[in-house]
Every structure is written in structure tokens, then in C-alpha cells.
Design a protein around this ligand. Structure first.
Ligand SMILES: NC(=O)c1ccc[n+]([C@@H]2O[C@H](COP(=O)([O-])OP(=O)(O)OC[C@H]3O[C@@H](n4cnc5c(N)ncnc54)[C@H](OP(=O)(O)O)[C@@H]3O)[C@@H](O)[C@H]2O)c1
Length: 336
């Protein structure tokens, strides 16, 4: 395990952290906070005074991370909500729980959780495990929490939906393919694990991370057209030293030796969380913006900077494809 995750020091995070505003009176909902960027986002939100809801699947990891945060922030308004993104039933239950816990509304929803290069397996709903975890369940969650986001936007002047993408959005084709969003889990190309030569595990991950961007673009257009004060933004962490690659190695999606070497080129998980935190909290961040360590394929580390949504997913055809296939998958319309 430690062979995969090297020791990497933060370079930019301490100064960046000092630039974030107080979050007193703000309510923040984050998926996937047991480790990595979601854990940093939760910790930072608590330090800044927010009420924080942690949406995680039940596990010893979620229990341990909850205990650690509770011990580090004994006076915080901290709430754990069970939410397994591999199950639409679990997401629907989580939506109900968040409504009960947050009658005041939600200022920020961070759709952060993700998995990478997992085997070609179906969820209980029949979709690919990566596509449902990384995109479809976040689409359903966002729909269910939209009334709370609108409520906070009315009282605070704005609210934010933040999706977490990757440089993987750009490969191999930059084209969203409808079949990945259909009930074809377990039948979507097999278990090829080649990151650079079109392995099917990576194609499914690429599609899920392209979907995060297309979802942001579609949300941005719909929210703007409706006159909503809810903003939609997207971030990427570059190559960050989290548990993502560790899990991929355990699941056969990456080689241990290669990953140990590759992760020496990563940035710390705190530096990797700067794009996500910029979208969540920077006062100047606007709807339709992308934050990360640059916009090219090699933008793997550095300060988070802003760049616009990119044309290969921010176009009418892709936005419409994303929306219609996602609604079909969750079996509900999502009207804005
Ligand atoms: N690290 C990188 O280099 C990198 C690069 C590009 C993009 N990203 C993106 O960054 C985001 C955060 O990942 P990370 O790097 O911080 O990895 P991480 O340390 O592995 O964190 C991922 C989080 O997602 C949660 N998660 C996974 N499956 C879930 C499910 N079914 N239901 C609920 N939660 C689930 C994990 O919880 P469990 O403990 O339950 O598994 C964990 O809390 C992901 O969207 C990822 O695609 C990361």
C-alpha cells in the first residue's frame, strides 16, 4: 500500500487556505469524504465554520473518518448521511435525510466521490459501476437536492453545485458515447487495464469524467436560462496523492510498480483539493467556470487556476445527450 502512495509535501495549499472566506451560517454537502480531496474539503469547510454533511457509503473507512473529524472538530455541526453511489435506492434515501437535516437549504453541494479503472461490473441498478458512482448517482443527488440549493440561493444570493472531473475527460475521444449511460453494466468492453492504449476500464472512467464536465455545462446553461442564482462549476485535481490509485491497484486497474513510480510525480492531496475548494468557496468563482492546475493533458500539478468550459462537451448536442441519457437512467425527468 505505502509503495503506491509516496510522501508528497503540499506546496501551494497553506497560502491558498488563507484566502478562503468564513463559512459561518453556510451548509455544505460533500460526497466521498473518507479520504482524499473530499476529506480535505470536509476538513477545510469545518475549519471555516460551515455546517457539514458527509455523504458516504457504510464502511470502516467512513466510521473512522467520521470519528477523526468529530474528535478534531468537537463543536462543529457535523452530520453523517449514508449514501452508496452504487445504489439509486441509497441515494434516494440520502436525499430524504439531507432534506430532514437541512431545512435551511444548502449553500454548496460538492459531487466529489469517485472510483477509477474498476472491473467491468454492474451495480444493483444495472449500470457500469464507474459510470453510476462517478456520474449517474450525482445526477440523481443533484436533482433531489435542487430545491434546497434554490432555497439557499434565495436567502444568500447564490448557491453552488461543484462536480469533480479529471484530465481523463480528454481521452481518448473527447466524445460522449450514449451506450456507457445505458443498462450495460458488466458488458462494456471488459477488463483491459492499459491506461495509455485504450483499456476498457479506462474508457469507462474517461466517459464518467467527461460526463462530469458535460453535466456542469448543461446545468450552467439551464440554470442561467431559468434565471436561477444557483451556480454550476467543475474542478479537477491534476494528479493527486489520494487513495484513488491505491484502490485501482487493489482492483487490478493499475500495476503496483508502475503506480508507485507514477505517483512520485503527483501533488499532495491538499494541493489537489484546491480546484474543488476554489469552486466551492472562492467569492469570485462564477457559474460555468472550471478550476484546476491548468487545462491541458499534462496539467497534473500546480496552483488551481480558472479556465472556461471546453467546446468538446460544452455544445448543445453533448449537453442534450448527457441530460436525456441521465434522465433515462434514473427513470425521472429533471426540469430546471
Ligand atoms: N487523485 C487523483 O489523482 C485524481 C485525478 C483526477 C480526478 N480525481 C477525482 O477526484 C475525486 C476524489 O477522488 P480522490 O482522488 O480523493 O480519491 P479517494 O481518496 O479514493 O476518494 C474517493 C472517495 O469517493 C468515495 N466513494 C467511492 N465509491 C463510493 C460509493 N459507491 N459511494 C459513496 N462514496 C464512494 C470513497 O469512499 P470509500 O472509502 O467508501 O471508497 C472516497 O471517500 C474523484 O471524483 C476522482 O475521480 C482524482
Amino acid at each position: 500500500m505505502s509503495a503506491v502512495k509516496p510522501e508528497i509535501q503540499s506546496v501551494h495549499f497553506p497560502a491558498f487556505r488563507g484566502s478562503l472566506p468564513s463559512l459561518a451560517e453556510k451548509t455544505v454537502v460533500i460526497t466521498g469524504t473518507t479520504s482524499g480531496t473530499g476529506n480535505i474539503a470536509a476538513r477545510t469547510s469545518l475549519e471555516l465554520g460551515a455546517k457539514v454533511l458527509l455523504l458516504n457509503r457504510a464502511s470502516s473507512r467512513s466510521q473512522a473518518s467520521l470519528e477523526q473529524l468529530t474528535s478534531d472538530f468537537p463543536h462543529a455541526s457535523l452530520h453523517a448521511v449514508e449514501c452508496d453511489l452504487q445504489s439509486f435506492a441509497s441515494v434516494r434515501k440520502a436525499i430524504q435525510d439531507v432534506h430532514s437535516l437541512c431545512p435551511e437549504g444548502i449553500n454548496v453541494l460538492a459531487n466529489n466521490a469517485g472510483v477509477m479503472a474498476l472491473p467491468d461490473e454492474a451495480t444493483e441498478d444495472g449500470f457500469d459501476v464507474q459510470i453510476q458512482t462517478n456520474h449517474l448517482s450525482h445526477f440523481l443527488l443533484t436533482k433531489g437536492l435542487m430545491p434546497l440549493l434554490e432555497k439557499a440561493a434565495e436567502t444568500s444570493g447564490e448557491a453552488r453545485i461543484v462536480n469533480h472531473s479529471s484530465v481523463a475527460r480528454m481521452s481518448p475521444s473527447k466524445k460522449l458515447k450514449p451506450e456507457y449511460f445505458e443498462k450495460r453494466g458488466g458488458n462494456l468492453g471488459g477488463n483491459g487495464a492499459s491506461m495509455f492504449f485504450g483499456g476498457a476500464r479506462w474508457k469507462r472512467y474517461n466517459q464518467s469524467k467527461l460526463a462530469n464536465c458535460a453535466f456542469t455545462a448543461a446545468l450552467h446553461h439551464k440554470l442561467t436560462a431559468s434565471g436561477s442564482k444557483v451556480k454550476a462549476l467543475v474542478a479537477h485535481p491534476g494528479l493527486a496523492n489520494t487513495n484513488l490509485q491505491t484502490t485501482s491497484v487493489e482492483q487490478g486497474g493499475m500495476g503496483r510498480l508502475f503506480t508507485s513510480w507514477f505517483m512520485k510525480m503527483s501533488q499532495s492531496m491538499e494541493d489537489g483539493a484546491m480546484g474543488l475548494l476554489s469552486c466551492m468557496f472562492l467569492p469570485e468563482a462564477q457559474s460555468g467556470e472550471f478550476y484546476g492546475p491548468g487545462k491541458g493533458t499534462f496539467a497534473t500539478k500546480g496552483k488551481a487556476t480558472m479556465f472556461p468550459l471546453e467546446p468538446f462537451y460544452n455544445n448543445e448536442q453533448t449537453r442534450e445527450l448527457l441530460w436525456s441519457k441521465s434522465c433515462e437512467a434514473i427513470g425521472e425527468s429533471f426540469d430546471i
